[in-house]
Design a protein around this ligand. Sequence first.
Ligand code: PLP
Length: 448
Amino acid sequence: LNTPTVSDQDRGGPDPRGSAAARLVARDRAVVWHPYAAAGAAAGGPLFAVASASGVRLRLTDGRELIDGMSSWWAAIHGYRHPVLDAAAHAQLDTMAHVMFGGLTHEPAVRLAETLVAITPAPLAKVFLCDSGSVSVEVAIKMALQYWLGRGRPRRTRLLTVRRGYHGDTSGAMAVCDPDGGMHHLFTGLLSRHLFAPAPPCGFDEPCTDAHVAPFAALLAAHADETAAVILEPVLQGTGAMRGYHPGFLTRVRELCDEHGVLLIADEIATGFGRTGELFGCDHAGISPDIMCVGKALTGGYLTMAATLCTDEVADGVCASEAGAFMHGPTFMANPLAAAIASANLELLLGSPWRETVRRIEAELAAGLAPAAELPGVAEVRTLGAVGVIETREPVDMAVIQPRLVELGVWVRPFGRLVYTMPPYVTGTADIATLTAAMVEAVATASR
Ligand code: PLP
């Protein structure tokens, strides 16, 4: 059985199979908009109907099972339908699903905030629970801006970051994404104008030298008086590059921020909760940011929730501004259901040998993806923690590679020249072998 794709639909004529999957795809194409896609039937590319997910497997409506290589974009670290997380969701539903957070509080929010403060680098001390990664970046930027208003330095309004970064799709977050190569260059002229140093040139295993940091240092020195904060993805640039860099770069950035009195925002939305082999990317460098964003794996992929943490110094500065309060408050902030699942998720993670698991997965990804380096269409193969990447010389043809990956029994979602995986931590050795072999095979097919 082949899963119907939109290309089947687009060929016109009656669907020969008339299957439930084909009907679902057709209904989807009539009304649904997918990420980074044209609307409806114009979207093109294959679309697969998923019926259920458990463990590390997605089940398509035609009965085929795919090994999940994406953790639903970094989130489902324990796989799908984990009994502990299911139980936490059911237990929380017995009391309340949601209440507003203005003027009210509840155990799930307080417990989660306490845990986050305990596991993130000191002196992060205050937690703003919000509803998506992009929003947590907006919150971080607003905290930085309001901090400088509170400290009587209203000219500090710019952010400084590095190229190849990705921080989300909302306006404030887009303004600190790579302005050229990134996903948002269309909007560049419409967004706040920030400062972009070259991407960290040192690989994760390549010691960071003064020369590597010099352009960043020069840019910060030239604009320190107008810079509110530096924002970075610690040690691994995710969606914009899928490329690690040496922790020493981060150490120097922290020192330079201190030298110039500029805040440091660590965007740990992708790197957080063990993905790179330490609990947070910052832990590789032993540094503490002034503001930290977490999301994605926070609820183990069950519900949408993110958090922005800051130091007491930042919180005090924010509240010293004319408003006397932080001017942000999303309707669904601190959602009790998400918070209860997040606490269960973190307990599960911290009670597991996650460090050894990530190390094992890293070794297996490296071994399994290595043969791709021999393919003529491949520029580089790299791994960092539980992340494996095949970078191709040309953008991959999604209409070719995506169905091939599915035929080979895996779910991997390439983007541009990046064919990458960040599997759930519960993925076993045999499944990693299947996943990596399929990625190599699919890249070989697509670059033929
Ligand atoms: N920051 C980083 C580093 C990310 O990788 C992402 C998402 O990929 C975001 C922010 C945005 O998170 P969300 O998609 O939950 O809005």
